[in-house]
Design a protein around this ligand. Sequence first.
Ligand SMILES: [Zn+2]
Length: 372
Amino acid sequence: MSTWPELREAQRVILLDVLIHGSRSRAELARRSGLSRASLSRLTRELGDLGLVREAAAAPAEGRGRPSDTIQIVPEAAAFLGFKLTGDALYAAVVDLGGAVLHAEGEPLVTREVADVVAVIARTADRLRARFARVAAMGVCLAGDVRRDAGAGAVVVGSDFLGWHEVPIEQLVMRATGLPVAVSNDVQALTSAHHWFGAGVGASSLAVIGLGAGIGCGIVVGDHAVAGAKGHPGKVGHLPVGRGAARCDAGHAGCVSAYVTVAAILRNAGTASFWEALENARAGEPAAERAFRDAAEALGAVIAALVNLVDPERIIVTGEGLAVAELHPDVVELAVRSRLDPASEAPQVTLQPFAFTDYAWGAAVTAMTALV
Ligand SMILES: [Zn+2]
């Protein structure tokens, strides 16, 4: 069972505002919520009684009157489990109510059979709940499309890496663990985590580009994650780059996936591992260098398309293929500038170092966002 208390809508609004911003002054909370001081005091007292927030006296700025009370999240009030599934591994993270990772781990996945994978998730969840108190909910994310069904909850429409089609994963994991379960696409989960707690804090519109086995993209507009009508937003993998004849697995000539994915880089560089391709490119070996330059150009094409369509405040590039952005920043920048609409401005691009457990962190944060 979840340890999360039932909250009224007004309590949720206040908690959400404090959660996303870490702490808030009473004056700011009153201004943003439109509530009277008396109502706000009652709500923060109720949330305090539930152990979710606490008051902290902020030091007054020099020469300015009395200190104003600040409401803060109590990080240890709840914990959330996050799981990321790849084709061959399960990563797990335990995250507190402040978004901090308390624990992270990974194990190889010996089978991709749905029942076996659900059993491994349930076993890991049980072990982590024995070790970490107050686990309120869990999230699961994977590279693939997730659709919300009125009856079946979140359903994995398709995941190439797992070979899954139409899997009602939310129901299966909920039945196996007894916890509320949030299921999402992995890059969308990571986008929510960066928006609330990571490199996207303070931006109300942003895009996160995840580079790796594929290329994924999560988009936030007006502080809301874009979910799409059918669960497939942010499909940037087959945008045209504009020149070149390399083909992606879908047969397009010169599309983003023909250059930017790990498999494309290996093919174009003629190597067996990403690290070998990277070493060769750094050493100036022509095929590898070309492969990374083409990948950087493809990344630039994606960034420009996002800016032209969405105009986000910030673009965060991350993932295990981040070296694509790091190796030739000049190529990325030129590729962006040459494709921007004349009225568009070059975006702020953050290169975010990546750990394999980041997606599990993202899944845990989606569990939190679904609950609050
Ligand atoms: Zn393609």
